[in-house]
Design a protein around this ligand. Structure first.
Ligand code: 5GP
Ligand code: MN
Length: 333
């Protein structure tokens, strides 16, 4: 990280700090935001985490999660906090369009310094300080690194450890996908020494759900999954009717996209989720196949090589046709 001494100096006096992350935050977005919050707060800063949208309530176990503002519920105070910020920390995204509608207020605050901490490909240049590493397993891994740079004598608290571990665990799909690296394992080992209880986090994330969510999963896999082994893809569709029928909550589709990849000849899995005006797309791939490129070139999106997202303004059927025709040409099998 360049100009780190300047950041250390900057943080020596109390500052107004806003931490923000991408829409519909996942475990890494929530974990990194709250890890940084729980690190900065005891140093005497005035810190506020603002999510551009709602976030899954299964992250409520993260220490101080109830202090996070959802911009959509708290627009006026959020705008004031951003206006008054001396430092705006942008975590787990690298393109301001990922935090709409917060982006315009951040652009409007010309006196604040912006710090980016992120591991996605192709960052846009809107920051003053940055810790950006596409080889990092997660933004939480980078927050761990940042804390070490800011204060090498800092002893990680149990609270910060839980937040960092949550992001590492969820972005690596429990140490199983291509984002998994040596640092993720080494950091986790260190976090255990800092009081982390792995069983507790696992119970909160995976054994704390609702029956409706499990029934929804069964229905999605048996009725709403299209498998095209001939072109190597599997698509799961979640339409508004299902969302209503199963009382879907934010975050309930997390992980669903991975299921088609359990089939040997499926190399790319796609989740199509109908939202109020658009279709949100999640892509996952095996091996060298870059779904990042496919999302960037076709669906106004991006992310990582094996895990990316984007959006479609077409109907569900037209979107499926578009995906199928892309993979008929890509010849991934
Ligand atoms: P997910 O499929 O879990 O929503 O997202 C997978 C990865 O792609 C995440 O790292 C996420 O930040 C990124 N991503 C998801 N949607 C978009 C998008 O619309 N634009 C960009 N640039 N990245 C996205
Ligand atoms: Mn991430």
């Amino acid at each position: 990280m360049e100009k780190i001494e300047e950041l250390v100096e900057f943080l020596k006096t109390p500052k107004n700090i806003v931490i923000t992350t991408h829409q519909k935050p996942d475990g890494d977005a929530m974990g990194s935001s709250l890890a940084l919050y729980n690190f900065l707060l005891p140093l005497g800063h005035n810190v506020r985490v603002i999510s551009p949208t709602e976030f899954p309530n299964y992250f409520s176990y993260l220490p101080n999660c109830d202090e996070v503002w959802n911009y959509l519920e708290n627009p006026n105070l959020s705008q004031i906090a951003i206006e008054e910020a001396d430092l705006i920390c942008c975590l787990d995204f690298n393109d301001l369009s990922r935090i709409e509608p917060l982006d315009e207020f951040i652009k409007g605050n010309t006196h604040a310094k912006i710090m980016l901490v992120d591991h996605h490909l192709f960052p846009k240049e809107f920051y003053y300080w940055s810790l950006h590493d596409t080889k990092a397993s997660s933004t939480c891994e980078l927050i761990y690194r940042l804390i070490g740079l800011l204060d090498k004598n800092y002893t990680i608290t149990k609270e910060v450890a839980e937040c960092i571990y949550t992001g590492i665990l969820t972005d690596t799909a429990s140490f199983s996908n291509g984002a998994t690296n040596k640092n993720a394992l080494l950091i986790t080992a260190h976090l255990l020494d800092c009081g982390l209880n792995i069983i507790y986090v696992q119970e909160q994330l995976n054994q704390n759900g609702r029956e409706e969510k499990l029934r929804f999963l069964g229905n999605a896999l048996s009725r709403n999954m299209v498998i095209r082994e001939d072109i190597g893809i599997g698509i799961i569709i979640v339409d508004k009717k299902d969302a209503y029928r199963y009382n879907l909550q934010t975050g309930d589709t997390e992980g669903l996209v991975n299921y088609p990849l359990t089939i040997k000849n499926v190399k790319v899995a796609v989740l199509l989720k109908q939202e109020s005006k658009i279709i949100k797309l999640s892509f996952r791939s095996k091996g060298d196949i870059s779904v990042e490129k496919i999302c960037r070139e076709n669906f106004e999106g991006g992310g990582h090589r094996n895990a990316s997202g984007g959006k479609s303004y077409l109907s569900i059927d037209e979107t499926i046709d578009k995906i199928v025709s892309i993979f008929e040409k890509e010849k991934i099998v």
